[in-house]
Design a protein around this ligand. Structure first.
Ligand code: TYC
Length: 98
C-alpha cells in the first residue's frame, strides 16, 4: 500500500541535440537575384524576406538563413553550394553550431 516511499529509476542523461545555423557568405560576384532565388528555393522565404536577408549578407559580410538539426543543416549547405556551382557562382554557404 501507499507508505510514502517514492522509487526513482536511474536513467542516463540525454543531452538535447545541438542546433546549427546555416550561414551565407558575401562575395563580389554572385548576382543579388541569384541569392534571392537561393533563399526562396532552399529556405522557404518569401521574396521580401529573401531580399532583406540578401541585403544584410551583402552589407555585413555574412548572415543566417535558418537554424536546423545537424542533418538538415548539412543537407542545406550541400544543396546551396552545389546549386551555386552548377550556375558558376562563387556563393558560399556554411554551418556553425549555435
Ligand atoms: N555582393 C553581391 C553583389 O553585389 C551580392 C551578394 C549578396 C552575394 C549575398 C553573395 O551571399 C551573398 N552582387
Amino acid at each position: 500500500q501507499d507508505d510514502g516511499v517514492v522509487l526513482e529509476t536511474a536513467r542516463p542523461k540525454v543531452k538535447p541535440p545541438k542546433r546549427y545555423q546555416v550561414v551565407l557568405l558575401n562575395d563580389d560576384f554572385t548576382p543579388m537575384d541569384f541569392v534571392v532565388d537561393v533563399l526562396t528555393r532552399f529556405f522557404g522565404m518569401d521574396e521580401a524576406k529573401a531580399n532583406t536577408v540578401m541585403l544584410a549578407v551583402h552589407t555585413k559580410g555574412k548572415g543566417t538563413c535558418g537554424v536546423y538539426s545537424r542533418e538538415v543543416a548539412e543537407m542545406k549547405v550541400m544543396q546551396v553550394n552545389q546549386y551555386a556551382r552548377e550556375h558558376q557562382h562563387p556563393l558560399q554557404c556554411e554551418m556553425e553550431v549555435v
